[in-house]
Write a protein that binds this ligand. Sequence first.
Ligand SMILES: Cc1cc2nc3c(=O)[nH]c(=O)nc-3n(C[C@H](O)[C@H](O)[C@H](O)COP(=O)(O)O)c2cc1C
Length: 366
Amino acid sequence: MITRREFVIGASSFALAPVLTLANNQSDLSYDDLVSQTYKHHQQLITKHSDILRELVRYGTMAANSHNTQPWKFKLTDHEIHILPDFSRRCPAVDPDDHHLYASLGCAAENILIAANAFGLHGDLIIQEEHESTIIISLDKSKEHTTSAYEAIPKRQCTRAPFNGKQVSSSVLNQIATYANSSDIDIHLLTTNKSKKVITDYVVEGNSIQMDDKAFVEELQDWIRFSEADALEFRDGLTYRSTGTPSVPNWIGNLLFKLMYRKNNENDKYREQIASSAGIIVFSCTNQTKPDWVNAGRAYQRFALLSTANGIRHSFINQPVEVPELRPQLANYLELGDKLPDLIIRFGYGDPTPRTLRRPIDQVLI
Ligand SMILES: Cc1cc2nc3c(=O)[nH]c(=O)nc-3n(C[C@H](O)[C@H](O)[C@H](O)COP(=O)(O)O)c2cc1C
């Protein structure tokens, strides 16, 4: 089940590792403190307009994002929130064209648009293609209202674990797909065993290719925060908790990663995870421009929020999109015509898993 960054080293293989755990926490706040501080609705009435915009940025940062690189910067004006790419956080090996990076910005934008309504604001979004495709959300007064998608923002997470095999009713799935839908994005729902098997084969083939790619593996490793100290200091990447591994000093983490991150283990996990899922959703678009990628991210985020509101969990399985030779093959299988798949997600019912962290707002505001 592992993708580069999203790897989960088998817990059993790590039986000895807790002995090596170093409590090297230099922050006053524990991991659990940071999680509760990050994933919450605003606790008190916010009336000052500039404070509301800041709070909306906080909602944006709760969004899904590739490798948890948090590849975004936010700029506030009187009535606008600008979302800019942070290219210092790009992942050239897995995402050479920045397609996941722009989808991640779309995820953040969607959270902001949905949360704005809860503060009596309505957001209009444009993408300035001439300026690195900066996303600009203009906010105007409107009627205050909340939705189940809004309620789900702090609860949404990617859970990289098997689900329980239970199916999702087609009426619930249709409702979620309708909410996620947008004119420029195609949505495919795959729920038969046959189609899940086809996607599994693509994921396993893609994962095998990626794991043979030194640049891919090194990049993944760079974004893993093996130690408690690094998790708390950087508050980004794949922290030891979110990957289901114990906290160890970096040198041990890197060594164990080299020893334990094995193709067969990872492929077996993917097989199990997909087989246990109720289905797979694929988001595709035609032009493969930055605005298209942003819109794919927005559509995913809507899917993820309404799924979460309905008690459905999800996790990305993007290898067939990330490995260039597999992408057109998958497009062909899905009969996408001139479109290409952008994001692939499995979904189902299951337990929550430990959360990832986010950087403080002051670090993402410019
Ligand atoms: C564009 C995009 C691509 C992603 N690709 C993968 C992936 O291939 N495998 C995976 O397990 N997670 C993937 N993720 C999920 C992120 O790793 C996850 O959102 C991030 O670690 C933050 O965790 P959270 O979503 O639980 O808050 C992707 C997310 C986005 C937005």
